[in-house]
Design a protein around this ligand. Structure first.
Ligand code: ADP
Ligand code: MG
Length: 728
């Protein structure tokens, strides 16, 4: 349903002439230019002090001058036809075009409502003018085909009476979902001409029942609704099959004067008095509500009139209200009341719209067209459906492929997850192992640090010990050198004696080369010390290297020490050997240790050398007269001295060697472990024993040599007569 634009109810005022002689002074004036109506007191130009005073006294005491403005205000000079032209004609024309239209006549009894609506044969009212206009317009319109129906009803004491059917009274109202409010059994008479309608109108008027009241009284309490239904459809092929329909309601209301006597807000008194027309009362109430802008709870259903004409009040209708008033001072209150109603009514907004439906053929055609359109649409949809189906199938295939792919990916993913799980386990295992190894390493680290520190300490001690040994060695060397020098001196002296005796001097041994650490060893020791001091990193590699190197050094050192010891031992042996060999120079029975050696001084020639020496000694004795006269004494004494000297020297060397050995072993023991100490102790005792043996052996040999030498000398002396002669 189309919703039209909002259009306000058109409101106009019609002031009739004064009805003389019934009515007194005329107090209302109109101005059609400004569309206003006012009391003569309100317009100074029309007033005189005398009249003002009189009017005030008689009619409008306490209310002051009044002035109202409307869409149109018509004074007594205007005809109904003129009012029709301005007010109703535009509505009638639009009704012909499918709109609803309503024209109300509102006002007190005798204000001219019926006069304005129906008029007289000479001066037709709005109704005949409308009908005339409608049929003229229909006649003029060649494009459309019109159908007109008429109904005519009266609402009297809230009863709906069909004026076209005498006796058809108290008709019921029903709500039709499609057509809205309908009056059951109301006659709708189709009409084709103006005269037909006028006849019907007159017929209805004639058949109004006035049994209970006088005509005047009845008329003042009844409402009449003259309704024209107009349908039209475009003629021939030009039409679109659409039917326009509209209805024109021409409403002549009951007199409003009794309403004025009553306060419309005081509804409780309604019905009690019996004076108040319910439909009129509800109309005023509805207008008030609508004027207040309320759209809900409009009491249309409170009266028959408002229920039947609800569409005309705020609904789908072009509506105009002609308010008729008397200009007389005596009707001042009623006029004022009507004007106030009019003022409220002009605020009300309606929403008229075009009423149009399709006729059957048009409907069929429209359906056909719709079917064709739908068929086209359907085939289009089918095509689309087909292409969609194809696309869908394609998509489904793709989806299936994607599904398979996803499935295979899922499998791969599953495998990967398994692998990942395994890897994770491996990693966890590795991590645990690593953690354990780390813990172990840390413990090793601390262990190693301790060990390393110990080794470092040990190494420092070894260094110190080595330094001490070196010092010791140097001292020994010096002592040895001194001993050797002294021995060499002794040997030189012995050699002199031997030479003097004509023997071959013994070879004096060279002092042994002193021990020196190899440059490589020194460098390594220095670098190692430096490294340990500056860049200590306790790593297994360094530790191993250090251990092996230090072990090597210790071994080397031990070897060197052993060498030194053996060298020292050899030197001591040598020393004793030389000492013993010197004492064995006499040709006696001394047995050389290595007789086959060509360098050995203990050869057989020694005896002859010694013999020569004996000669030399004797010669020396003879040459010196200060000597004792006993040659034997001299020789013995000399040999004795020599023996004692050698004995002292051997003893001194022996003691010296014992002390040195003692010191050396003590020192060695202090830095050795138990096994080493035990070995050293054994070695020490062995050496001491050996030394003691040597010493005793040497002393014994010395004694033997001395005795042998004495015998040899005696023998030699006895064998040489020459010497005996010389001496004795
Ligand atoms: P209502 O229908 O309001 O009760 P009527 O239309 O019957 O009043 O009018 C009452 C009297 O006044 C009638 O005799 C009528 O001819 C007369 N009358 C009403 N309006 C006019 C007018 N504009 N010009 C001349 N006479 C009028
Ligand atoms: Mg009337």
């Amino acid at each position: 349903m189309n919703r039209g634009n909002r259009e306000a109810i058109q409101v106009c005022i019609r002031v009739r002439p004064l009805l003389k002689p019934y009515e007194d002074e005329e107090i209302w004036c109109t101005d059609s230019n400004s569309n206003s109506i006012y009391t003569i007191g309100a317009n100074q130009s029309d007033s005189s002090p005398f009249r003002d005073k009189e009017i005030k006294l008689r009619y409008s005491e306490g209310q002051g001058p009044q002035s109202f403005t409307y869409d149109h205000v018509y004074g007594p000079e205007f005809t109904s036809q003129q009012i029709y032209q301005q007010i109703s004609k535009p509505i009638v024309q639009r009704v012909l075009n499918g709109f609803n239209g309503t024209v109300f006549m509102y006002g007190q009894t005798t204000s001219g409502k019926t006069y304005t609506m129906l008029g007289t044969p000479d001066l037709p009212g709005i109704l005949p003018c409308s009908i005339k206009d409608i049929f003229q317009s229909i006649a003029k319109d060649a494009d459309r085909e019109y159908s007109v129906w008429v109904s005519y009803l009266e609402i009297y004491n809230e009863h709906i009476n069909d004026l076209l059917v005498p006796g058809s009274n108290n008709l019921k109202i029903k709500d039709d979902p499609k057509q809205g409010v309908l009056i059951q059994n109301l006659k709708h008479q189709q009409v084709w001409t103006f005269d037909q309608v006028i006849l019907l109108m007159n017929y209805g008027e004639e058949h109004r029942s006035y049994r209970e009241t006088s005509i005047h009284e009845h008329s003042s309490r009844s409402h009449t609704i003259f309704k024209l239904y107009i349908e039209s459809i475009a003629r021939g092929d030009r039409g679109d099959g659409r039917i326009r329909f509209g209805c024109l309601n021409l409403v002549d209301l009951a007199g409003s004067e009794r309403l004025n006597e009553f306060d419309i807000r005081n509804q409780s008194q309604l019905g009690e008095t019996g004076h108040i027309n319910k439909s009129l009362f509800t109309l005023a109430h509805v207008i008030n509500k609508l004027a207040e802008g309320k759209t809900q709870h409009i009491p249309y259903r409170d009266s028959k009139l408002t229920r039947i004409l609800s569409f005309a009040l705020g609904g789908n209708s072009l509506t105009a209200i002609v308010c008729t008033v008397s200009p007389a001072a005596m009707n001042f209150q009623q006029t004022i009341s009507t004007l106030r109603f009019a003022s409220r009514a002009k605020i009300v907004q309606n929403a008229p719209h075009l009423n149009e439906i399709l006729n059957e053929i048009a409907t069929v055609n429209e359906y056909k067209a719709e079917i064709i359109r739908l068929k086209e649409e359907l085939s289009q949809i089918n095509e689309e459906k087909l292409s969609l189906q194809i696309a869908y199938n394609k998509l489904e295939r793709e989806l299936e492929n994607a599904r398979k792919e996803v499935e295979s990916h899922r499998e791969v993913h599953k495998d990967a997850i398994n692998e990942h799980g395994k890897d994770k386990q491996k990693i966890e295992k590795l991590e645990k192992t690593l953690e354990m190894q780390l813990r172990e390493l840390n413990s090793h680290k601390s262990e190693f640090s301790e060990k390393y520190q110990k080794l470092l300490d040990r190494f420092q001690e070894e260094r110190k010990y080595r330094a001490r040994l070196e010092n010791e060695l140097t001292e020994h060397k010096q002592a040895l050198a001194e001993t050797i020098n002294s021995e060499q001196g002794t040997l030189r002296y012995l050699n002199k004696l031997i030479l003097d005796a004509g023997g071959t001097p013994v070879e004096i041994p060279n002092p042994s080369s002193t021990y020196q650490a190899s440059p490589q060893e020194s460098n390594f020791l220095e670098s190692l010390t430096l490294q340990m001091d500056q860049d200590f990193i306790p790593e297994p590699k360094i530790h191993d290297e250090w251990t092996s190197q230090s072990n090597k050094i210790i071994e080397n050192y031990k070897q060197q020490l052993a060498n030194l010891q053996s060298e020292y031992h050899d030197k001591i042996q040598n020393l004793y050997y030389h000492l013993s060999s010197e004492t064995k120079k006499s040709p006696a029975k001394s047995i050389p240790e290595s007789p086959d050696s060509p360098q050995s001084p203990y050869n057989k020639d020694l005896f002859s050398s010694i013999k020569i020496n004996f000669d030399h000694i004797i010669e020396e004795y003879l040459a010196n007269p200060s000597n004792s006269p006993d040659l034997a004494d001299v020789i013995v004494s000399k040999l004795k001295d020599y023996r004692d000297l050698l004995g002292d020297q051997i003893e001194g060397k022996y003691d010296d060697a014992i002390v040195k050995l003692e010191e050396f072993f003590k020192e060695k023991i202090s830095t050795s472990n138990r096994v080493e100490i035990s070995q050293l102790t054994d070695h020490h005792s062995e050496l001491l024993k050996k030394l003691r043996d040597q010493y005793e052996n040497m002393m014994e040999k010395l004694e033997q040599n001395y005795l042998q030498t004495l015998q040899l000398f005696e023998q030699y002396f006895l064998e040489n007569d020459e010497y005996q002669t010389k001496i004795y």
